[in-house]
Ligand binder design. Structure first.
Ligand code: AVI
Length: 349
């Protein structure tokens, strides 16, 4: 399933040999390290108070559908602001990166990247240079759909989809043929704690040569009202997205929690500069998970901490980039600094 920040259970491959999916041109990127399964996360995360789970479990088929709807909500300014920034600056970004290859992490439908690909295809045509697009995602069906659409629109671009979880390491990416532009959009970096963000950035940095660049889209620190509205939309789509996690737990772990006994809550934590999303129990209930051979009792007000959405300043972003040996080389800011696209290089390049 397509997830902005990784898969639930990446298979472990002993070698880096590429596998092709049946009836699909998608190749596997074997994980470098094992990522914890939902089962393992419940076992450790539900022992904490508040209970916690990583946000990647929000993206089953229904969650992915609800997230698509969130991206179109009036309150959720992130997607349309990033799209507008890409339209405004795609040519400048491509001129700065001069890529022979574009590798997108968590590409999904690659709708926003299409804007960048149009500029990259023009650049490649002017220079009579080849161009390859490697969209990487855990959802093979999304990759297949995107590849078909992009091949039709950009016959000059070699579209080579990669199935894999970018949170499981990137050592087994295919060999390069020239300067690479890594792309990581949607402020998905904000769904990672600083340690996780730094690890992911380090994984990317280790794959970057001196001429390579990373294009990173991140949401920025702003007033609490705007931020909280974006995660508490009037139509209740974000609430449904968060509450759907109870369905995921029940289905995957053979559980019987009552979804009606939980309520979505999203609040801005100004100290940590992040939205924190919770599921609060509205009444007492005990859920039994047959797959875990365990029960979990919730009292009214007990919470499951389901997601962080960090908001960045140039300084806080630099604090994540520096340990990975990365620096910003160009910044593209939306009006009022509502959102940012950054072009990033190796500090030693
Ligand atoms: C995917 N990610 C960047 C979104 C965010 O803003 O943290 C997920 C999301 N959660 C609630 N609304 C959107």
């Amino acid at each position: 399933m397509m997830t902005p920040d990784g898969s639930t259970a990446a298979p472990t491959h002993p070698t880096a040999s590429a596998r092709t999916h049946p009836n699909s041109a998608v190749r596997d990127v074997p994980p470098t390290r094992v990522v914890p399964s939902l089962r393992a996360e419940v076992e450790t995360g539900f022992a904490k108070r508040p209970r916690e789970l990583s946000p990647k479990h929000l993206y089953d088929a229904r969650g992915a559908e609800l997230f698509e709807q969130i991206c179109a909500l009036p309150e959720y300014y992130l997607t349309r602001t990033e799209t507008a920034l890409l339209h405004a600056h795609a040519t400048a970004i491509i001129e700065a990166a001069r890529p022979a290859e574009i590798v997108e992490l968590g590409a999904g439908s690659a709708r926003k990247t299409e804007i960048l690909l149009a500029a990259a295809a023009d650049h490649a045509a002017r220079n009579q240079a080849p161009l390859t697009f490697w969209p990487m995602d855990v959802c093979v069906s999304a990759l297949d759909e995107a590849a078909q659409r992009l091949r039709e629109r950009f016959p000059r671009i070699a579209v080579k989809p990669l199935a894999g979880d970018h949170t499981a390491g990137l050592s087994h990416l295919p060999a390069r043929s020239g300067a690479r532009l890594f792309v990581f959009l949607g402020s998905t970096l904000g769904n990672f704690e600083p340690a996780g963000a730094q690890r992911l950035l380090g994984d990317i940095a280790r794959q970057m040569g001196p001429d390579d660049r990373l294009l990173l889209g991140v949401d920025t620190v702003k007033d609490t009202a705007t931020l909280e509205a974006a995660y508490n939309d009037a139509a209740g789509v974000t609430a449904a997205f968060n509450e759907n996690l109870i369905n995921v737990l029940n289905r995957e772990l053979d559980g019987d929690l009552d979804i009606a006994g939980f309520r979505h809550r999203a609040v801005y934590n100004p100290e940590l500069q992040r939205i924190e999303s919770y599921l609060d129990a509205t009444r007492a209930q005990t859920g039994t998970f047959a797959a875990l051979d365990a029960s979990h009792a919730f009292a009214p007000g007990d919470s499951i901490f389901t997601e962080i959405s960090r908001k960045f300043t140039p300084d806080s972003l630099d604090a994540d980039l520096a340990p990975a040996g990365l620096v910003r080389t160009a910044d593209f800011l939306a009006d009022g600094n509502r959102y940012a696209l950054h072009v990033i290089a190796r500090a030693d390049a």
